[in-house]
Design a protein. Structure first.
Length: 306
């Protein structure tokens, strides 16, 4: 029994180590520079659905390195990536941990369609180089040799929820239909890139120039599990400030204390230019590739063990 447990532990650790190495190999090979940004922030990005964890004083643990990395791109860094830890309150379950590993990368001079291509290529690169140990697979194997499906959000909603969201769709209605009707209908055995989200769901993404009811945002699903989120980045400081203020108002309406605005980030936006970025959850990627049922099956230690 002890040998079996020891072997399973080593398999799990090797799976993570090889995946991290493969991600770095892929991004390094495409001219990206690995960076590190601070984990303790004075001004996290305000998002109503994400709870940053406050520490003593005037700092919060980073839920994402997004604002800091975009400041580096605006300062002339060129393509950059980061592999590190992120923290979000209220996220605990089979597919969530409050502390998790994020892979985030930015590439100036391209848009979200180029990053959809790159995200698909990264997943396939990792899957080809990282053998998944035999184990209690509870998900169908993924057919990653096939091109990922690419589907517009409005088309998915029309097909599976019975209505077509516009740019000003109610946030609660959109999220409820997404979770209850759309995500369960996604194929369980392959990758799907879902793109062109309603403008109300733009977050930090640029609106589509030819159709401003929608935003240049995409999400990657593997086997129905959301893995990554990407944008063509918004570079208009006035528009970004207005969106942040809307999010801060929503946070206050929830009874939470809104974070201060990151003025340095807003000041940097005019220098960002055309740029696209992706945030990918490494633990969830491993969950999908291994066909595991719980995120604790692909982490070094389970949340309830520490």
């Amino acid at each position: 029994m002890a040998e079996t447990t020891a072997a399973a532990t080593r398999d799990r650790l090797l799976l993570r180590a090889r995946t991290l190495a493969a991600v770095r190999e892929f991004l390094d090979g495409r001219g990206s520079v690995e960076v590190e940004t601070p984990l303790l922030l004075r001004a996290p990005a305000p998002e109503r659905h994400i709870v940053a964890l406050r520490v003593e004083g005037d700092r919060w643990l980073a839920a994402s390195p997004e604002l800091q990395m975009k400041r580096l791109v605006a300062a002339g860094s060129g393509p950059i990536h980061q592999l590190g830890r992120s923290f979000r309150g209220g996220e605990l379950g089979r597919h969530h941990n409050p502390e998790f590993t994020i892979v985030e990368w930015y590439r100036p001079g391209v848009d979200y369609r180029a990053m959809m291509d790159e995200t698909e290529a990264l997943v396939r690169f990792v899957a080809e180089r990282v053998p998944v140990p035999a184990g209690a697979r509870v998900r169908p194997p993924l057919a990653l040799s096939q091109p990922f499906d690419r589907l517009r959000v409005a088309d998915l909603f029309e097909r599976f929820a019975g209505w077509r969201p516009g740019g000003d769709v109610d946030d609660d209605s959109f999220c409820r239909a997404l979770v209850d009707r759309v995500e369960p209908a996604l194929p369980p055995d392959r990758g799907v890139l879902v793109f062109d989200y309603p403008a109300s769901q733009a977050s930090l993404a640029r609106l589509c120039p030819g159709d401003p009811e929608f935003a240049e945002r995409f999400e990657l699903y593997l086997g129905g599990l959301e893995i990554a989120n990407g944008f063509t980045e918004l570079s208009d400081p006035a528009e970004q400030r207005a969106r942040f203020e809307d999010e801060r108002a929503a946070i206050a309406a929830q009874g939470r204390v809104p974070y201060p605005l990151d003025e340095r980030f807003l000041e940097s936006l005019p220098d960002l230019g055309t740029c696209a970025g992706v945030a990918l959850g490494l633990d969830r990627l491993l969950l999908a590739l291994a066909g595991a049922g719980d995120i604790g099956d692909v982490t070094a230690l389970r949340w309830d063990e520490v």
